[in-house]
Ligand binder design. Structure first.
Ligand code: ZN
Length: 160
């Protein structure tokens, strides 16, 4: 661990537990306010957890086990999103079934209409345009897709 890179949560945890022996990490915490803030959070978490009950004390490895679970348990993003969507869908139906009917007919129809309009406009555009512009346009679409996909990948990395 170099002095310039911020240590991860587990490493700061080991500093709080007085288990960290890497001098570079200890020096980093002296100099980096962001890491000191994390350290304070961990310390106050342990402090308040101990205050909750006067007789019971947290096991010494409580924070290790907690952060292991927090790090290694993947967040079920897709089921969560589906559940949220289902809840939103159901609550709209309960509040006003007419609105849902309206959205299914008018909303989707107008979206398909817009899609078809765009498709035909692109078709006419393609007939009247040099192939090089079409290739550039398609390349731009692919580029946008790649950017979006890599963004999603990064997001998944953050969630997991
Ligand atoms: Zn830092």
């Amino acid at each position: 661990m170099t002095g310039k890179v911020c240590p991860d949560y587990l490493t700061i945890q080991s500093v709080v537990d007085n288990e960290e022996e890497d001098q570079a990490v200890l020096e980093h915490l002296d100099q980096c306010s962001a890491c000191r803030k994390k350290e304070e959070e961990i310390r106050s978490m342990v402090f308040y957890a101990n205050q909750l009950s006067s007789k019971e004390r947290l096991p010494a490895d409580f924070c290790d086990r907690l952060s292991e679970r927090a790090v290694y348990q993947p967040f079920p993003a897709l089921p969560f999103a589906l559940a949220l969507f289902a809840i939103a869908f159901a609550s709209v139906y309960i509040i006003d079934p007419g609105y849902l009917n309206w959205w299914l007919t008018v909303g989707i129809t107008s979206n398909i209409g817009l899609f078809l309009d765009t498709f035909f406009e692109l078709l006419y555009f393609g007939i009247n345009t040099e192939p090089v512009w079409i290739i550039l346009f398609l390349a731009t679409l692919v580029l946008i897709e790649v950017i979006i996909l890599s963004g999603i990948k990064r997001l998944e990395g953050v969630i997991k």
